[in-house]
Design a binder for this molecule. Sequence first.
Ligand code: AMP
Length: 534
Amino acid sequence: MPHLTPLIGTMVAGLVIAFLFGMAAHRLKLPPIVGYLLAGVIVGPFTPGYVADQKIATELAELGVILLMFGVGLHFSLRDLLSVRSIAVPGAVVQIGVAVVLGWLLAMALGWSHGAGLTFGLALSVASTVVLLRAMQERRLLETDRGKIAVGWLIVEDVAMVLALVLLPVMAASATPAEMAGAIGITLLKVGGFVAAMLIVGRRAIPWLLHVVAHSGSRELFRLAVLAIALGVALGAALLFGVSFALGAFFAGMILAESPFSQRAGEETLPLRDAFAVLFFVSVGMLFNPSVLVEAPLALAGTVLIIVVGKSIAAYFIVRAFGRDHRVALTIAASLAQIGEFSFILATLGSEGGLIEPMARDLILAGAIISILINPLVFALAGRREEAVIKPSSAKESREAAVVLIGHGRVGSRIANELLAAGQRVTLIESSSDIGLPEESERLDLIIGNAASPLVLAEAAIEDARMLMVAIPETFEAGQIIEQARRLNPGIQIIARAHSDAEVEYLTGRGANRTIMGEEEIARRMSNLALAVR
Ligand code: AMP
């Protein structure tokens, strides 16, 4: 019999139970995160039965953070980062300040020391990378203006936390202000050193390495190279410069983003990234000690209010003060209304160093779980009024039925051109506002939004459309769109895009009338050409 090691046990139990609970949550129309967190509580030390290894679970979760931040970096250019700095830097700083003051006030009310108040407030001030990115990815917001501001904001928070983590032990040793200023200075120098090293050396070495590997022709080596770069830079950054894994991985990704292989690099790390991100939520669930709910309900309510309401209000007004509209401010406020991994690290460090009491730690952990659980709700509240932005063409009345087209990428843009040139009316739904959109035409209605949302499909007046063209590559999302469209308009003709026989079968099963498989069409054209030049 093979021996069940803690690593294997934790990974397998984490993934299997998270899968079962994630499915159950999905069935109950809850976000899968709820299932993952619950899975963590089940394998955690506070419930009977199997107890997974807390330390290993946290380390696995850290891998998830690295891969996620690497993935975000891949879609981010230095220009993007610089373009949002004027709002992200003051935004993050002021928001952290507000959270610290509120946390400190609660600590004073509970009779804790000033140091405990400061640590507690800091722990409540930083949002979780994983939760924020997941929420943004699900809503396809990452590549929008709002998404970029939120990510920039996150990066600033990350740097602030690196500083806080360095300062805590110094503070615990009750150092003088001069010593603290010295520690801040050294840390800032190290972060600067890391950024400079990445921009000067990394910017040349990393794309070159990937180029060489890509030309070796081995897919396995390419995959390995991408993982080695993501994890290697993250670890190197932590060891050499004392910056966080997340920050290191983000920069590795950002530098790779300039390489022509960035998209493939992202695809290659996707499955691992998703698996480890799930383990992140499991590891959070494991920390939850339900007894805090009975022992300190009022303090817990105060903690949750600071995270969800206090921080959101601060973020909302800061974004508005920088002249952004209501929609942008709401999304950013919602995305930051939670806490996660950094708070756990701060809480652990603080309680080990005797800065905060065990109760403060439990409050931080419980506050994190509750804020993560209700985050989808906060988003729903923030997003209610902005699900779809529609740019209607002239008159609504007496128009011929339109073709609803989903996606304006490589496939959709060609369809739009053909249809508009032929004088057809088109309602286009595209989730990204950054891609090249067609010129305004009075035969075109443009909706920026995720077509998988029933609200967006309703905005597109799918019930009056004569045809639906699903020109996006994601099969599961396409299936969801087709099912919803069929429900709203049983008689509509639906044509979908597929990449394999299995996908054709799946989409037809969801209600597509015709499914065009790219590979089949390419083969047809290529063989036609071969026969024509015989
Ligand atoms: P391509 O694979 O190049 O044809 O690009 C697909 C396009 O579809 C991209 O521009 C995506 O932003 C867009 N897209 C993907 N999923 C959705 C969705 N659920 N709703 C609206 N647009 C989408």
